[in-house]
Ligand binder design. Structure first.
Ligand code: GLY
Ligand code: MN
Ligand code: MN
Length: 487
C-alpha cells in the first residue's frame, strides 16, 4: 500500500504559474538530512529554499511549465526523471556525487537513488502531480555514507506534492499501464540498478518500445535555456568568481611555472570564494600544448617566453561558468604572440557585440569564421591567393571548434537546441574564438608555430543586448601584462 507522507501544510498560490505549492509548517521537528537545508545550513539557504537561492515555488513553476509543454503534444502524460547513480573510483570509494542536471532542475534533490514522477492528475482535481521516490532511511548505510533525507525529509525540503520510498515505485507506476498514457522517459543506462530496469520493464511492458514512449529532452532543454532571475544571479556569481580566480592566478604567475601549480591556484581561488567544485577539468596548457583542445594533463613546466592558456570555470551552487584567458607566463607578450592575441581579441569583441535578442549561434559562428579568415590573411598565416573554399578550410583548421555554446547547470547546456534558434533575453552562452597553430604546422610561418590562443567569456542576453558576466578578468593585453606577476 502506498502511504502518503503526512504533512502539516498550508497551500499558497504561485500566481505567476498558476500552481499550488506547499509551505511547510515549522511546528514539527525538522527531518531533512543528506543535503544542506535552511535548518542545517542557514549560511547557505533561506527559509523556503530547496537549493541555495532557489525556492520551492521556483521548482514548482519549472515542473508546471514542463507539464504544460508536454500537454501541448499529448493529454495523459507520465514523466519519469532519474537521479544520477553513484559512481565508484575503486572498491567502496565513490567519486564525488554529481546529480543529474534535469533531475536537479526539476526538484533540487541532490542525493542519489531517486526518481521523480510527474503525471497529469486523472481525477482532474489539480493540473498535475509531482511525486518523488527516494531511498528509505537506513541507519546501517548512513553510518558509512552519512545521513540521507528519506521520503519525509525529501518532501519537507522540496515541498513536492508526494514523496515515497523508492521500493514503492513499481506499485505506483502500475496504474499507468493503460495505453492512453504517453510515457516521457529517457532510456535507462547500464549504471541504473537492475531492479529499476526490471520494474520499468514489468510496469511499462510493451510501451517501452512503442510510439507512446517519448523523450522529454527537447522540452527540458528549451525550458532550461531561459534562466529565471534567481538563476541569472547564480550564474553571474559563478562567472565573477571564475574571473577573479583567473586574475589571482595570473597575478602569481612567474616563469617557469608548473601547470599543476596554476591548476591548484585557480581551483583554490574558486573554492575560497564559495564555489563547491570546478565545473569541468580545466585546461592549463603552456606553449604548444594549448593546441590540444582538450589538454587536461596539466603536468608540464611552462617555460619562460611561452604563453599559457587557462580554460577553467567554477560550479557555484550547481551553476557552471566557463572562461578562458591566455597570457604570457613571464608577463610580457612577444610581438608575434600579441599579434595573434589581438587578432583573436578583435574577433571575440566583434562576436560579443553581436550578442542580442534575435541573433543566433549559427550567425555568430559564420561571423567568427569570416573575421578569423580576414585576420589569418592579415597575419600572412593564410595565403590571400587561395580560393574561397580553401581559405575557409584553412580557417577551420586553425579554429576547429564552435564560437560558443549555451551555459547553465551544465557547461555545455541544452546541447540539442538548434543553432538557428533566435537568442532571447535571459539566455546564457559563451563566446570563445581561438587560433591554434601547432608547432608541426609547416604551412604557417615558423614564427607563429606553437602558439595557441583562446579568449572565452560568459554572456547573458538582455532585453537590449548582452552583458559579459566574466568581465572581471580583463582581456586587453596591457591590462593582462600589468596583472601578470604583480603579486
Ligand atoms: N571548457 C569547455 C568549453 O570551452 O567548451
Ligand atoms: Mn571553456
Ligand atoms: Mn566553452
Amino acid at each position: 500500500m502506498l502511504k502518503r507522507i503526512k504533512h502539516v501544510v498550508s497551500i499558497i498560490e504561485c500566481r505567476s504559474a498558476g500552481v499550488a505549492i506547499r509551505e511547510l509548517s515549522t511546528s514539527r521537528p525538522y527531518s531533512c538530512r543528506g543535503q544542506p537545508s535552511y535548518q542545517s545550513h542557514p549560511h547557505l539557504l533561506k527559509q523556503g529554499e530547496v537549493c541555495p537561492g532557489l525556492t520551492q515555488a521556483e521548482f514548482a513553476t519549472r515542473r508546471w511549465r514542463l507539464m504544460q509543454a508536454v500537454s501541448a503534444d499529448a493529454s495523459n502524460n507520465l514523466l519519469l526523471i532519474m537521479s544520477a547513480t553513484t559512481r565508484y573510483m575503486s572498491n567502496d570509494i565513490p567519486y564525488p556525487y554529481h546529480q543529474d542536471t534535469d533531475f536537479l532542475y526539476l526538484c533540487g534533490f541532490q542525493q542519489p537513488g531517486g526518481v521523480l514522477v510527474l503525471h497529469s492528475e486523472p481525477t482532474q482535481t489539480r493540473e498535475h502531480v509531482s511525486a518523488l521516490f527516494v531511498p528509505r532511511r537506513d541507519p546501517a548505510r548512513e553510518l558509512w555514507d552519512g545521513p540521507r533525507s528519506g521520503p519525509d525529509g525529501a518532501a519537507e525540503l522540496t515541498g513536492i506534492d508526494l514523496a515515497f520510498p523508492i521500493d514503492e515505485l513499481p506499485g505506483y507506476l502500475s496504474r499507468f499501464r493503460d495505453p492512453a498514457w504517453t510515457l516521457w522517459c529517457n532510456e535507462l543506462d547500464l549504471d541504473h540498478p537492475g531492479w529499476l530496469r526490471r520494474s520499468f520493464d514489468v510496469v511499462l511492458g510493451e510501451a517501452r518500445h512503442d510510439a507512446r514512449l517519448r523523450s522529454p529532452n527537447n522540452y527540458l532543454q528549451l525550458l532550461r535555456l531561459v534562466k529565471s532571475p534567481a538563476e541569472q544571479h547564480l550564474m553571474e556569481m559563478a562567472a565573477k568568481i571564475t574571473a577573479q580566480a583567473l586574475v589571482d592566478t595570473m597575478a602569481t604567475c612567474k616563469a617557469p611555472v608548473d601547470e599543476a601549480y596554476l591548476y591548484a591556484k585557480f581551483e583554490f581561488e574558486c573554492r575560497v570564494r564559495g564555489a563547491e567544485i570546478l565545473a569541468y577539468p580545466p585546461v592549463i596548457a603552456g606553449g604548444n600544448r594549448a593546441n590540444t583542445l582538450h589538454y587536461v594533463k596539466n603536468n608540464q613546466i611552462i617555460k619562460n617566453g611561452e604563453l599559457v592558456l587557462v580554460d577553467g570555470g567554477c560550479e557555484y551552487r550547481n551553476y557552471a561558468s566557463d572562461v578562458t584567458r591566455t597570457w604570457p607566463v613571464n608577463g610580457r607578450f612577444s610581438a608575434v604572440q600579441v599579434a595573434v592575441y589581438e587578432a583573436v581579441l578583435r574577433v571575440q569583441r566583434a562576436c560579443v557585440a553581436q550578442c542580442r535578442p534575435g541573433t543566433t549561434l549559427q550567425h555568430l559562428q559564420q561571423l567568427m569564421l569570416t573575421l578569423l579568415e580576414d585576420e589569418l590573411q592579415e597575419l600572412r598565416i593564410v595565403d590571400t591567393q587561395l580560393d574561397h573554399s580553401e581559405k575557409r578550410k584553412a580557417t577551420q583548421r586553425y579554429c576547429p571548434h564552435h564560437v560558443g555554446h549555451f551555459l547553465g547547470l551544465d557547461v555545455h547546456d541544452s546541447p540539442s537546441v538548434p543553432h538557428n534558434l533566435p537568442l532571447q533575453p535571459a539566455m546564457l552562452l559563451t563566446i570563445e574564438p581561438g587560433l591554434y597553430i601547432p608547432e608541426g604546422d609547416d604551412k604557417a610561418p615558423a614564427a607563429f608555430r606553437g602558439i595557441g590562443v583562446r579568449i572565452e567569456d560568459d554572456i547573458l542576453i538582455t532585453d537590449t543586448g548582452a552583458r559579459v558576466l566574466s568581465a572581471g578578468c580583463p582581456t586587453d593585453p596591457e591590462d593582462i601584462e600589468s596583472i601578470c606577476g604583480s603579486r
